[in-house]
Design a protein around this ligand. Structure first.
Ligand code: MEV
Length: 438
């Protein structure tokens, strides 16, 4: 075990690597080779990536793929996706083409409200605190004028501030609960700056509020931070068609397919064990686009799963109906996304991804991302209720297994051909490769 190190972040990149090699790796040469092989030969580009975080020692690649043929509100998109899971882009592309032939996806932003809170302790009655809050509210707004000026010019800003009494749950605990419109920005910095100013104003004004006792004047700010739970930053995406139109190469009995599909979605609506996997499949699509477009996928994940549990039970994010012979499948999901700020103007691939999407506004990106989630879920449920998931999954995984055994290009070509008509399993691939090599 190495000794703790102080001042690690101050070391140069080669020094950091040297420390790691000395302390953790038996084959130093191999480790050094792997780390440095991923460095970009373009020094400026490498520096850009080095400076995204602290202690960068190399780059971690994820495949950046594209799924074409997404018809969304009658506009055609090729969607960029950054993801390592082999079947995701293939499934998205398949679902996109399937629905392209049936009128495409319809998507609509339902709301765009962002939320932030100042959490604080106050020793006194809510009524008195509320009188103070009403008196100080104009100051809360005017003190943030410098921060909100530009956002307001574009039509955004702080939309409301409320005082909330949380003492039922926690002694002395109150909140300023504020809502924001951040337009094309995800808005984290904007919101957090406003909140920290609210906190300063609140504290300063309480200290001189004439109707407060000495104790009441001592408002204790605990923290000021945006919420990643954004149930009113919602987008809806859907597909629909007459049941008969579902007929295709792998759907020979569309009525049976539609009923089974609907039942699979119902199961995810009532059974949390299934709902989590169902939603995980949706997030395969959502995260991949969120990542490719430089957005914060952890924030999206946290918000989406909280939304899926909003009734007290974790449930499916998608729903399905069959009415008067029409099959309909839809998603409603909270997505606080940005197309300006953050990585969007910094990371060359993110810029390229946004250009590929024809420079969407945040609301358009919300629609695209929701559609990617819906398409992914459609593809998963279609496979699950027909062929089973492994057929497609293992077909895509075949290349990973072949690479693991360092198959040559010729071996790959032969085995891909072989497995067009044979079931792919790990052991089947290994023995087919052995046969070929004998
Ligand atoms: C795998 O990454 C995702 C699925 O498990 C989703 C699902 O079961 O719906 C296939």
């Amino acid at each position: 075990m190495p000794e703790a190190i102080s001042g690690f972040s101050k070391l140069s990149k080669p020094e950091k690597i040297e420390w790691l090699l000395q302390n953790y790796f038996s084959n130093k040469e191999t480790a050094h080779d792997i780390l440095t092989r991923y460095w970009n030969s373009d020094k400026k580009l490498q520096k850009l990536h080095d400076e995204f975080i602290e202690n960068t020692i190399t780059n971690f690649y994820l495949p950046f793929g594209v799924a074409p043929n997404f018809l969304i509100n009658d506009k055609l998109f090729t969607i960029p996706m950054a993801i390592e899971e082999s079947s995701v882009v293939a499934a998205a592309s398949k679902a996109a083409k399937f629905w392209y032939d049936r009128g495409g996806f319809k998507a609509k932003v339902l709301s765009t409200e962002k939320i932030g809170q100042v959490h604080f302790n106050f020793s006194g009655e809510f009524k008195k605190l509320n009188q103070f809050f009403q008196a100080v509210k104009p100051k809360l707004m005017s003190d943030t004028a410098d921060i909100t000026k530009n956002m307001e010019k574009r039509g955004g800003g702080i939309t409301a501030i409320e005082l909330r009494d949380k003492t039922d749950a926690l002694d002395h605990y109150f909140q300023l609960h504020a809502t924001f419109e951040t337009l094309d920005a995800m808005g984290a910095n904007f919101i957090n700056s406003c909140l920290e100013q609210f906190a300063r104003t609140l504290k300063r004004e309480a200290e001189v509020y004439p109707h407060f006792s000495e104790e009441e004047r001592e408002i204790e700010i605990i923290m000021s931070i945006l919420s990643n739970y954004v149930p009113n930053c919602l987008v809806r995406a859907e597909v629909f068609c007459p049941i008969e139109m579902l007929k295709s190469k792998d759907i020979t009995n569309p009525r049976l397919f539609a009923e089974k599909f609907k039942q699979a979605v119902r199961i995810a609506e009532i059974e949390p064990f299934r709902a989590v996997t169902h939603n995980k499949g949706i997030m395969n699509g959502i995260d991949a686009v969120v990542l490719a477009t430089g957005n914060d996928f952890r924030a999206i994940e946290a918000g989406v799963h909280a939304y899926a549990s909003r009734t007290g039970q974790y449930k499916s994010l998608t729903h399905c109906s069959i009415d008067h012979g029409i099959f309909k499948f839809w998603i409603e999901v909270p997505l606080a996304l940005g197309t300006v700020g953050g990585l969007t103007s910094l990371h060359p691939l993110v810029k390229l991804a946004l250009e590929l999407l024809e420079h969407p506004k945040a609301e358009e990106l919300m629609q695209i991302v929701a559609v990617a989630g819906l398409a992914q879920n459609f593809a998963a449920i279609k496979s699950l209720t027909t062929t089973g998931i492994q057929q497609g999954h293992m077909k895509m995984h075949l290349m990973n297994i072949l690479n693991q055994f360092e198959a040559t290009e010729q071996e790959k070509a032969q085995l891909i051909e072989h497995f067009k008509t044979n079931v792919v399993t790990h052991s089947a691939v290994v023995s087919a490769l052995e046969n070929l090599r004998q």
